[in-house]
Design a protein around this ligand. Structure first.
Ligand SMILES: Cc1cc2nc3c(=O)[nH]c(=O)nc-3n(C[C@H](O)[C@H](O)[C@H](O)COP(=O)(O)OP(=O)(O)OC[C@H]3O[C@@H](n4cnc5c(N)ncnc54)[C@H](O)[C@@H]3O)c2cc1C
Length: 627
């Protein structure tokens, strides 16, 4: 076995991930840990300052309810999420996050985030729930607060350690194992409670950007289904594994469209000029009641555009020039004011990209795009797993203590595995929490985990023989490469192993062609999914034949394996749900209609680590009273 030092870390609470939800969890948990003499340890694969989906920054905070100013009620938010997810959401979780999210936003402002204010000193809204920010340093500010809180409570932050597997004691999670991405060190974390906050997943499906653009995607390439894999391997019940998210974004650099649709009120059209949301309005009747209520769910908006593309009416365009002109026209009688407004709009348009997707600004510049002169192409991206945005995939977690919800087994945000909590992209069926709601949910999970430790926490009982097995399994790709690398002249061609990039391409090809990816126009069927399952089973057999030349490739191997498990949970759940509920995310051509009688329910699944079997189950949807 590769000669790696084993580093053992003992802690009370272990937080996995250093992203938005983990920052929320660390800030809150450290406060309670300090009061009670407990230790909090946070482990991130990257450097917390710029890790996770907010790494590059954001241009808007997407969840702010505005309760203090009476702008909206919590029930309004619950209704909004229910509507956008076509009726399938854990309303208790959505409600719980909504009632805490404004305070997270107020904290961000206190920590130095510049939220745009109007002349009256009120927040500038992008849309009903969104606030405009100067967000280039958003992650740094929020991470700094979390780091300070951990330091103040005597906790520890360990960066550049890639977490692979949970350590289990029966159904109880007692820690995690991983390896340093910089040094030959294998880490064993032992804890009384664990929170998994390692984000969602990208590159499970073949991306649009291949060849020279490979790696580019809407979702940040660093998150590889580590949360899903971790909770699946712990034997925790998962939910909404079929609800992938497909955003429509500026094509090829995946730039955000929110400011264009919401702030600039831009229209999206086909190449022939038809506005698909207007031309195809009748289609929405087929998806009642959700198609007929406002706002129209994101997947249905995608779907109407996809129908245009299917009919050969593409490409689709965002009418940036028209939108800018319309706003500036209000000033047309005053040339000076008109010029000033045009300059302001131009800079807002570019800043939107520079705040969060710099490559879109570069692409526009290289293609000579002037948004006030010419429209820009938009397209549906490849599918992603992001439970905090408009998707829903994640673990099935216990609901809030004070709500009369049927989904409760103890501690808020605890999975069905004892002592294992999750949040953000890791927790399912509670979408539309975005950055602010993920932070708020992290605070909820952090506080609940400390409560668990105080009430039930016991010294973790860790079977070190099992840990040694995990170490051998995790480092095996290095051994495999070392043993066989000299058998061929090209290290990529070898009968004894497969390199991580080759494995990734195979996974992506299966998902793209059988599970409704871009080249299948997001369509699939029972037969395609069943064939996909056969191919995934063979891929799984080959997964322990992945080889790694160095630490970086070792990380790539485990990212691949984690993605493969996310893929399997996804395909199984799409097979289980015999209807089409989210056209625009995926379309099951053999069950093309929505079936409210039989499928207005959660589709949950659980992998049993001891038997290796999957169980699929339906769970009822519970509605918040009065919402
Ligand atoms: C492109 C894009 C645009 C968005 N735009 C907005 C917006 O405008 N406004 C808004 O409010 N929200 C926006 N969001 C949503 C927001 O970014 C997420 O809701 C939020 O980041 C989710 O928090 P999280 O903690 O679950 O995941 P993340 O913040 O992504 O954090 C995941 C963390 O896990 C770590 N990690 C991953 N794997 C491992 C591993 N194996 N071992 C250890 N650590 C690991 C990562 O390094 C990272 O620290 C956007 C998201 C995306 C992807």
């Amino acid at each position: 076995m590769a000669n790696f030092e084993t580093v053992e870390v003992n802690t009370d609470l272990l937080i996995l991930g250093g992203g938005f939800s983990a920052c929320g969890a660390a800030t809150e948990a450290s406060y309670w840990a300090k009061k009670n003499g407990l230790k909090v340890t946070l482990v991130d694969k990257a450097a917390m300052d710029r890790s996770g989906a907010v790494a590059m920054g954001l241009s808007a905070i997407n969840q702010y309810v505005g309760v203090k100013d009476g702008e909206n009620t919590l029930e309004d938010y619950v209704r909004y999420v229910r509507q956008d997810l076509m009726g399938i959401s854990r309303e208790d979780l959505v409600y719980n996050i909504a009632r805490h999210v404004d305070s997270s936003v107020h904290l961000f402002e206190k920590w130095g985030l510049k939220i745009w204010l109007d002349e009256e000193g009120k927040y500038v809204h992008e849309g009903r729930w969104q606030l405009m920010i100067n967000g280039e340093s958003y992650k740094i500010l929020v991470a700094e607060a979390a780091k300070n809180a951990i330091a103040d409570a005597g906790g520890e932050i360990i960066e550049r350690v890639f977490i692979v597997d949970p350590i289990m004691d029966g159904n109880k999670c007692v820690g995690a194992v991983g390896f340093s991405t910089r040094e030959d060190k294998f880490y064993v974390f032992k804890a009384k409670a664990v929170i998994a906050g390692m984000g969602g997943a990208v590159h499970v499906f073949r991306p649009r950007s291949v060849g020279e653009g490979f790696g580019r995607s809407w979702y940040p390439p660093f998150n590889s289904a580590s949360s899903a894999y971790f909770t699946i391997q712990a034997g925790a019940e998962m939910t909404c594994q079929e609800i992938r998210f497909i955003p429509v974004r500026f094509k090829d650099a995946y730039g955000p469209v929110g400011a264009w649709f919401l702030l600039f009120k831009s229209r999206a059209i086909s190449a022939q000029g038809g506005e698909y949301m207007v031309v195809r309005e009748d289609e929405l009747n087929n998806w009642a009641p959700y198609g007929l209520a406002k706002p129209i769910p994101a997947n249905l908006r995608n779907y109407l555009g996809m129908l245009d593309v299917d009919a050969g009416l593409g490409p689709l365009y965002m009418e940036t020039d028209e939108a800018i002109q319309k706003i500036a026209d209000e000033f047309k009688d005053d040339p000076k004011a008109f010029k000033k407004k045009m300059k302001e709009l131009d800079s807002e348009a570019w800043e939107d990209f520079l705040d969060m997707t710099i490559s879109q600004a570069i692409l526009w510049a290289s293609l000579n795009v002037k948004p006030d002169e010419k429209h820009s192409e938009i397209a549906a991206c490849e599918p992603y797993f992001i439970g905090s945005h408009s998707g829903g995939s994640g673990a099935w977690v216990s609901g809030p203590e004070d709500l009369d919800t049927p989904y409760k087994w103890g501690y808020e945000n605890m999975t069905t595995a004892d002592a294992l909590f999750t949040m953000g992209d890791g927790s399912g069926a509670s979408s539309h929490k975005f950055s602010s709601g993920s932070h708020a949910e992290g605070r909820i999970a952090g506080k609940a985990a400390i409560k668990y430790i105080l009430e039930k926490g016991q010294d973790p009982s860790v079977d070190m023989a099992k840990v040694e097995e995990l170490k051998a399994k995790i480092l095996n790709p290095l051994d495999l490469f070392e043993s066989h690398k000299d058998e061929t002249t090209d290290v990529e061609t070898n009968t004894n192993y497969i390199m991580p990039r080759q494995f990734l391409h195979r996974l992506q090809k299966i998902m793209d062609e059988y599970a409704g990816g871009v080249t299948s126009a997001f369509k699939t069927s029972k037969s395609l999914l069943e064939r996909g399952m056969e191919l995934l089973a063979i891929l799984q057999e080959d997964s322990d034949k992945q080889a790694a030349q160095d630490l970086h490739e070792l990380m790539r191997v485990w990212e691949n394996t984690q993605r493969m498990w996310q893929a399997e949970a996804h395909v199984r759940t799409m097979l289980f749900r015999e209807e089409t509920r989210w056209p625009g995310y995926y379309f099951r051509a053999d069950t093309p209609k929505m079936d409210e009688d039989n499928w207005k329910c959660f589709a949950n699944c659980r992998f049993d680590p001891s038997s290796g079997e999957w169980e699929m189950m339906k769970k009822d949807v519970w509605a918040v009273p009065g919402a």
